[in-house]
Design a binder for this molecule. Sequence first.
Ligand SMILES: *Cc1c(COP(=O)(O)O)cnc(C)c1O
Length: 394
Amino acid sequence: MESNKPKIWLSSPHMGDNEFKYVQEAFELNWIAPVGPHISRFEEELTKFSQNQPCVALSSGTAAIHLALILLGVSSDDYVICQSLTFAASANPIRYQGATPVFVDSEKETWNMSPEYLEEAINNCLKGEFLSAEGNKISGKAKLPKAIIPVHLYGMPANMPELKRIADQYGIPIIEDAAEALGSTLHSKHCGSWGEIGVFSFNGNKIITTSGGGALTSKNQDWVNKAKFLSTQAREDAPHYEHQTIGYNYRLSNVSAAIGIGQLEQLSNRINARRENFEFYKKIFKSFPQFSFLKEPEGYFSNRWLSTILIEGETDSKNREALRLALEKENIESRPIWKPMHMQPVFKEFPYVGENVSSDIFQNGLCLPSGSSLTLEEKERIESAINNILMLSH
Ligand SMILES: *Cc1c(COP(=O)(O)O)cnc(C)c1O
């Protein structure tokens, strides 16, 4: 029987005290457009927050990745190396440019791009010889990949020092997909500021939201300026509409930016609440050794956007599903880990380098309700639901 209790979502938007005030201000000033004072202020605040790096506010994280690829000159005869275990938005823009994605498996320590497989993938590009995930031979041009896209999945930083060392050795720029990792740091340096270009998302389910939005950040102010230019239809400086380049309609709206200013004020609270969720789950599952959690390696700080759990040992995906379905019965939303790109029908013909690390995580992993606005009552409901399941199965 389905529960008639209110739904507990995986990750809900969580407004603070001032978002509505700033939106009202935008209305009063009549800046209801993808231009206005709140956009500049949001960008300033975001820059202040993340390592003082210039940034441009955009309509989505996907748009930011797309513009990053354009800035790096990625075109249809290029390879772009991309972490396989991620949301499709990391990889889709590679195809917008007509380029070939080369998917790379994860390391167990962070679930993010394995430095070892990255090096193998670069060598495959240099030979123009690959295998698909299903073992079919793929051959293409022998050339250096144009960019590398590691992801900080669920807020856990990727092994950036090692990935960067390898990328620098070959002179390949990194686009850091930090869509899930705003506020995460590695050796005190913010995620999004390690690579040549960093990308954030402010979609509705992310740690802070502008209802929909994103940002591109880089030490290179010229790139940030160019991204802004491209995001506003590449209008040249002229009284009429003059265009020398193909442009995009990728700028953030001023109303959304107003929400973002209020959300940024709350970011550290949101990180604390998400990290508390993680401790809450660790405690519940403590005496069940087949459930494991992703630890922060030395020097890593995760915003714990989503709390995830791995179900190992004698158990298999049925048990992951058993847990998910039992929670669903109580009207509690949980979700399998991202399905790796090399397993997706739309990408399965593209090169893949690695083994089964990401596919095992997909089979055995589950994202638990992780909203920063979870109430004590909701947590009690989650805890008793999980306890019932654990008791039934042991
Ligand atoms: C959310 C997300 C994106 C895309 O961001 P949008 O703002 O939704 O376009 C990209 N990569 C990852 C890993 C994400 O989780």
